[in-house]
Design a protein around this ligand. Structure first.
Ligand code: ZN
Ligand code: ZN
Length: 170
């Protein structure tokens, strides 16, 4: 009986020390999670009320607040959102402005033979194989047939691509 009491007396301080250590670690972890949530929500929204709400949840619900935060937070960071709009904008411009008629500057498809707006000839068909060829080419790239015979007025600039859009920031 005495041996057990002695053993407990010896081990109790160790248990207490362990508990204190674990408690301190939990508090640190909780503080770190609040800090993380604060940084994370600031990268995702500029709305102060949403920021306060997100940090509040993690602060008031230690550990349990983190999964809630992960579910409720805006899915995209502001940087991702910005990049996405930029990409979409470029895609849109590419589609709209890549090919324009050299005469009337209106949009055309790259495989048009004539401008549908002003009827300027943009390209022609090869006499031999009927494939679409550039007005400036001397021979057909598909069959080698000479194209010089009936060359109409040459418009070398017919496929001029719109000047590249200037990128000021990313
Ligand atoms: Zn035109
Ligand atoms: Zn041909």
């Amino acid at each position: 009986m005495e041996a057990i009491q002695e053993f407990l007396a010896n081990i109790l301080p160790l248990i207490r020390l362990g508990a204190i250590f674990l408690g301190a670690y939990a508090v640190l972890l909780w503080a770190a999670s609040v800090l993380w949530a604060y940084r994370d929500i600031r990268r995702r929204t500029e709305d102060v009320s949403v920021q306060v709400l997100a940090v509040g949840i993690v602060l008031l619900l230690p550990f349990l607040g983190i999964p809630l935060h992960l579910i409720l937070r805006p899915p995209q960071t502001l940087a991702e959102k910005y990049e996405r709009t930029l990409e979409e904008e470029f895609l849109r411009r590419d589609l709209e402005e890549q090919f324009v008629c050299p005469e009337c500057q209106r949009p055309i498809e790259p495989d048009y033979l004539f401008c549908p707006h002003c009827h300027t000839q943009l390209r022609r068909r090869c006499d031999a194989c009927q494939k679409v060829v550039d007005l400036t080419w001397r021979i057909c790239p598909y069959c080698g047939h000479s194209q010089t015979g009936s060359a109409p007025t040459v418009r070398a600039e017919a496929y001029a691509v719109a000047p590249p859009v200037e990128v000021t920031q990313r």
